[in-house]
Design a protein around this ligand. Structure first.
Ligand SMILES: [Ca+2]
Length: 517
């Protein structure tokens, strides 16, 4: 089947009816009847999920009803210590998709565009496209506002980006944070995305070209709307509230925020500061958490449809599946909602990588970060990765889950001109808050305005900032030293990209968050 016919089949919404002589999709390395000339690269199903923290039963959440995430976990390796680079859609997605940290691509907000700010960056789908893959995206892959001019980043895709419009709400009544409507899955956009994804998989099954299919689900991002049947899976009275809803001891105030994203909804009590948010009434907290879990189960069901299609089409054995959530999420912990922080719940994510020939149905506690995905997929796909990527291939971990390849996952989040840089190892996280500094300029120690250190073995809820406690002095010093080495490495690397000329620190374009609390 030639590419022209395939495109015709794949583009038409709901009308995939390929005709003519087609080659059944059976040519994998595992197929003993496959001749060399039929050898086909592995397909890649790339599933992005918006604002999902790992409230998934295989991650140990006893409340979650997520049978399909659990099913996916059986295909491959579940990463329990994976972290995003920056807990906001635009930066984390741009970073993951270029394999470069936010400071290297000049993307720290929803508006940044790596094509403009670092034209030498290459996206993961783009390099796969240039290596012979059919690449197509739907739903939320890049953050839409990333690309006002270059919406959907056409350079990434060999087929036109697939649009899946749908109303946000089923029930009239304004802009609410939660909605429980007795409607089918495809009343909302994620159901439509899953349906289109299944159609694409069926179309690709008839192709002789390997595919990279990127499917970006939009829930559990606010507003938390999901069909009623997913709400019915939970008893609201039993939904646990965040156990610790306060600042840590010896707090660094820059670490907190007033949850601005939640307060835009009409069914959330008005609040104007961190202190207001912290005291949000229990009934509202419970309703939001219930709705969030319902959204997660809704997405779980959509993933089940994709897995069904992969199995039905005989592609499960020659398709790499990478499932990732763009960042974590606060559900009242620390008195915070949404994301945009350096805390554990905001930065720790769900990630599963399933690949033929690699380990199946196992967990790894190896520390990993999202810049690792790019080189991992390149290695699995047999595609040469660009030079100067920030991450490391996780293939050694996929072969041996006990293997450790990263000492730290590095992250960042800023409050106006103050940047919080974080390094997280298997036990501790250190966050250093630095004024007028980004890693593409030389670091001067006098700019430090606050340090946090958390010991997750003793204090998983980050109730104590132990940075100044004598018992932790050596650990804090060592981690700060390591963080400063990281700054220097990033600075040296940034010289290749000239980001500092685009964003001079003196004219910082950072938003003014002076009243962020
Ligand atoms: Ca997001």
């Amino acid at each position: 089947m030639n590419t022209k016919i395939l495109k015709k089949c794949l583009i038409g919404f709901g009308t995939i009816a390929c005709t003519g002589t087609v080659t059944p999709f059976l040519c994998s390395a595992q197929n003993s009847n496959t001749s060399d000339k039929d050898f086909k690269k592995l397909n890649i199903l790339f599933i992005a999920i918006d604002d999902l923290r790992p409230v998934i039963s295989v991650y140990g959440d006893k409340m979650a009803h997520t049978p399909n995430f659990d099913r996916l976990a059986k295909y491959g390796v579940t990463f329990t210590n994976n972290y995003c680079q920056m807990a906001l859609s635009g930066p984390t997605r741009a970073s993951l998709l270029t394999g470069l940290r936010p400071d290297q691509i000049g993307v720290w907000s929803l508006q940044g565009n790596f094509r403009v700010n670092n034209p030498s960056a290459v996206s993961l789908p783009e390099i796969l496209k240039n290596s012979g893959y059919e690449t197509v995206g739907m739903g939320k892959i890049y953050h839409p506002l990333d690309n006002k001019k270059y919406r959907d980043d056409p350079q990434s895709w060999s087929l036109p980006y697939i649009k899946t419009p749908a109303p946000t709400y089923m029930i009239a009544g304004g802009r609410k944070a939660t909605e429980c409507a007795d409607v089918p899955d495809d009343a909302y956009e994620d159901g439509i995305i899953a349906k289109r994804g299944v159609e694409m998989l069926k179309g690709f099954a008839k192709s002789d070209k390997p595919f990279f299919l990127a499917i970006g689900f939009k829930k559990p991002h606010a507003p938390y709307v999901a069909p009623k049947k997913y709400w019915d899976m939970y008893d609201r009275d039993k939904m646990p509230l965040a156990e610790y809803q306060d600042m840590s001891s010896d707090p660094v105030v820059y670490a907190y925020h007033p949850s601005n994203e939640l307060k835009v909804y009409s069914d959330i009590p008005p609040f104007h500061s961190y202190e207001d948010t912290k005291h949000m009434d229990e009934a509202t907290q419970r309703r939001v958490i219930h709705a969030y879990y319902a959204c997660v189960s809704y997405i779980d069901a959509q993933i089940g449809k994709l897995l069904d299609a992969l199995e039905e089409q005989g592609m499960a054995q020659n398709t790499i599946i990478v499932m990732w959530s763009d960042h974590g999420y606060h559900l009242g912990d620390h008195g915070l909602w949404n994301k945009t922080s350096n805390f554990e719940t905001s930065t720790r994510t769900a990630m599963m990588i399933c690949a033929p020939g690699m380990k199946r149905n196992v967990y790894t506690s190896a520390v990993s970060e999202y810049v690792d995905i790019f080189p991992t997929i390149c290695e699995l796909a047999g595609v040469k990765a660009p030079a100067n990527l920030d991450g490391k291939s996780l293939v050694p971990v996929l072969k041996n889950p006990a293997k450790k390849i990263n000492k730290y996952a590095f992250g960042q989040y800023n409050r106006g001109k103050i940047n919080g840089y974080s390094c997280r190892n298997s036990r501790y996280r250190l966050v250093e808050w630095v004024k007028d500094f980004r890693t593409y300029v030389p670091f001067e120690g006098k700019q430090i305005v606050g340090v946090e250190l958390y010991d997750y073995e003793r204090d998983p809820l980050e109730t104590r900032n132990v940075a100044k406690e004598p018992e932790y002095k050596k650990i804090a010093e060592q981690m700060q030293k390591d963080l400063h080495i990281f700054y220097q490495e990033q600075y040296e690397k940034s010289k290749l990209f000239n980001i500092s000329k685009l964003f001079p620190i003196a004219d910082t374009n950072l938003d003014d968050f002076d009243n962020f609390l």
